[in-house]
Write a protein that binds this ligand. Structure first.
Ligand SMILES: [Zn+2]
Length: 159
């Protein structure tokens, strides 16, 4: 069965392995561009993290390749799943709000990772990239504030 990252990579032309993830021209804003503005990576639990460094929303990128946000997250239950997977799936549903926050943090961490690699390679962060970094900082701030304020449902014990 295709994992979400397989599904995405099949549909994004020109994807190349880069560090822990992949880079490609963004199908939404710059499919013809030589620069690989779209960063893709896979989280430990198999979700796909997408970030267009030119600023496209994940939804716009997905739209361009005929997928939806659900394709990044949902792994349909299979007969091979054991009780642990089923329990994780149930807990996942209970943790929907926390997962949404985690998705924001994952995405913004991806932005920071891309920016860090950019800086480590000796490139400056300027213009739109700089604005996107500032946006990442704002989103991380507000998401952490929401989590800390307990506005999200408290997760039930995951046992
Ligand atoms: Zn884009």
């Amino acid at each position: 069965m295709n994992t979400p990252i397989d599904l995405v990579l099949q549909r994004v032309p020109g994807a190349k392995k880069a560090g822990a993830g992949w880079r490609a021209p963004c199908p939404s804003c710059g499919a013809d561009s030589k620069s690989a503005k779209l960063a893709m990576s896979e989280s430990a639990d198999g979700r796909v993290l997408l970030h267009c460094f030119a600023g496209c929303a994940a939804g716009a990128v997905l739209n361009a390749i005929g997928l939806t946000l659900g394709d990044l997250f949902d792994r349909p239950a299979t007969a091979q799943d054991g009780p642990t997977e089923r329990r994780h799936r149930r807990v996942d549903l209970e943790l929907a709000d926390v997962r949404a926050a985690a998705a924001v943090l994952d995405l913004e961490a991806c932005v920071l990772q891309v920016a860090a690699e950019h800086l480590i390679d000796g490139n400056p962060i300027i213009g739109e990239d700089r604005e996107r970094l500032a946006l990442a900082a704002t989103r991380i701030d507000s998401t952490l504030a929401r989590l800390r304020a307990g506005q999200m449902r408290r997760p039930k014990a995951a046992a």
